[in-house]
Design a protein around this ligand. Structure first.
Ligand code: ATP
Ligand code: ZN
Length: 530
């Protein structure tokens, strides 16, 4: 309702001036016409009136006439506004995104060509009795372009794009979620060709088990029923997206349902360059900005994070009253996106600042000695929730990691806490995030990669659930050993650790070059590394 009124107001504002002029014109025209009629065909009941009286009477009549007209035209305006708003809604469901907007992901675009051809020329397939896969499942880490791809397919085929998220169907009351699924599919059929996109499909499609709830099962069943109910001529494609394909119920992945599984991963260096190009296309860049080198130092980041970096860089440039985006703006944006917002004027105690310096220097020093990942910067300027951080990226595109490399990663992660232990003989809560990450790597080594004393075996979720103590002991064994290594490495280089920490305390940030400069003056000991 409010929206409607706004539309009327908006229309009214534009027409306001014109309408007043038109009203005056119509008033004049009506009045003069009435007067002319009165001269040639005088009305009986006005015979006794003077000319002035008559002009007054006809003027009142004309005003009334103009007023009536205005009301009618207002009604028309309302009708028009409603109609145009409806059109607008319809337009909203049409995607304006095409494959041009999706950078990289060439093989996936190639694979989707058939689906696009089907949506554009369904008869070609129907005539041959060919069944086109109706369900496509995109899986992979967040922010890698799954939604974007689905929108692009809709854009390429001028199909209706119906977005929904799995969590929208999760309801307390039995039957509500199922009804929503039904309504969504009905709408898709009505507005075909169309693409139903269900983000976070694991919210409704998770494996059913003994303790699963009735409402969720009904919703999932309804989804399965709807997918089975398609006939070959219906030009509706269902695209699901999830970060956790392993959680999905087998029934959902069976032929005829989501039977085409497409992995959408984090971009490699070439794709990162292309994504950055797409997102800086309309931005004025300083000639020294080299997109390739930005792509080089953003290993492991997702498309969404890269898009965010391009946008942040522009915002930083505007904030500094510049009319171009400089390389330094990009560097700041990378830090902002990777490490979070810089906290201005933090009220950190001197003692804490010292602890953070030692902790971060611990990470950096162990990292340098084990040559694990490329360190770009260490900082004790708080960002986000972190009091300090080491900005680092894996130094090359890696798909395979050796056991030693994984172990080294854990040692670097535990290097922060080990430094605290060594210097202060005390540990702090600052290592929470490091511990999480280290534990996750160790867990994967034990359960997924067969890199523990259990041997070459993967361990399934249900086994972990019922034998958690045994698994936990194995994970702890790895973590304990790594912590000891970190302690040993830092103990052997304790003097350098103190020098780096003091320098960091003084300068608050050290670049990779500054760190190398310090280390050059000393001989690093790596005798007992790992
Ligand atoms: N390959 C790409 N090309 C261009 N932009 C990209 C690409 N990948 C991601 N982006 C940018 O990141 C944004 C978020 O991507 P999108 O929402 O498609 O990710 P997603 O995989 O669906 O994430 P999630 O799993 O979190 O839902 C896009 O709107 C776009 O700006
Ligand atoms: Zn840390």
């Amino acid at each position: 309702m409010v929206k409607l009124l706004l539309v009327i107001r908006k229309g009214g504002d534009k027409l306001h001036k014109k309408k007043i002029l038109l009203s005056i014109f119509i008033f004049g025209l009506t009045l003069s016409s009435l007067l002319v009629v009165d001269i040639f065909f005088p009305l009986d009941f006005l015979k006794g009136f003077t000319v002035t009286d008559k002009i007054f009477i006809w003027a009142i009549t004309s005003i009334f006439f103009v007023y009536r007209m205005n009301i009618n035209s207002k009604r028309q305006l309302v009708t028009l506004s409603i109609a145009s708003e409806k059109d607008e809604n319809k337009e909203k469901d049409k995607s304006t995104i095409s494959f041009k907007d999706v950078a990289g992901l060439e093989e996936i675009k190639e694979e989707l060509q058939e689906t696009i051809d089907f949506l554009n020329n369904p008869h070609k397939y129907i005539k041959m009795g060919a069944k086109i896969p109706k369900g496509i499942l995109f899986y992979g880490p967040p922010g890698t372009g799954k939604t974007l791809l689905a929108k692009a397919v809709a854009g390429e085929t001028n199909s209706t794009f119906l977005y929904s998220s799995g969590s929208e169907f999760v309801e307390k009351y039995v039957g509500v979620g199922a009804k929503r699924v039904r309504t969504l599919f009905e709408r898709a059929k009505k507005e075909a060709p169309s693409i139903i996109f269900i983000d976070e499909i694991d919210a409704i499609g998770a494996k059913r088990n003994l303790d699963s709830n009735n409402e969720k099962d009904q919703t999932l069943n309804q989804l399965l029923v709807e997918m089975d109910g398609f006939n070959t001529s219906e030009t509706v494609i269902i695209v699901g997206a999830t970060n956790r394909i392993d959680l999905l119920d087998e029934a959902l992945l069976r032929p005829g349902r989501f039977d085409r599984h497409i992995y959408v991963g984090n971009p490699n260096i070439n794709a990162r360059e292309k994504i950055l190009e797409v997102h800086t296309k309309n931005k004025p860049l300083d000639s020294a900005v080299n997109i390739k080198s930005i792509a080089q130092k953003t290993t492991g980041l997702s498309g969404a994070e890269l898009a965010n970096i391009a946008n942040e860089a522009a915002i930083i440039a505007v904030r500094n009253n510049k009319n171009k985006i400089f390389i330094n703006d990009f560097n700041q944006a990378i830090e902002r996106v990777v490490a979070g917002l810089e906290v201005k004027n933090p009220s950190i105690l001197f003692k804490e600042k010292k602890t953070v310096s030692v902790h971060e220097s611990g990470h950096a020093l162990v990292g340098k000695i084990l040559k694990s990942d490329m360190i770009q910067k260490i900082s004790i300027v708080p960002r986000g929730q972190a009091l300090g951080y080491v900005l680092k990226f894996p130094d090359e595109e890696r798909y395979l990691l050796t056991k030693k490399e994984l172990t080294n990663k854990i040692i670097v992660l535990l290097g922060g806490r080990a430094a605290e232990q060594l210097v202060f003989n005390e540990i702090t809560t600052g290592a929470k995030d490091d511990l999480n990450k280290a534990t996750e790597i160790a867990r994967e080594m034990v359960c997924s990669y067969g890199m523990s004393s259990f041997g070459n075996i993967t361990i399934e979720d249900y086994y972990i659930k019922y034998n958690y103590e045994v698994i936990r002991k194995e994970i702890k064994k790895i973590l304990d050993k790594c912590f000891e290594s970190a302690l040993r490495i830092l103990d052997e280089n304790k003097m350098i650790l103190t020098v780096v920490a003091d320098e960091l305390m003084k300068k608050e940030t050290l670049t990779s070059e500054e760190l190398d400069e310090i280390l050059k003056q000393y001989e690093l000991s790596s005798n007992t590394a790992t």
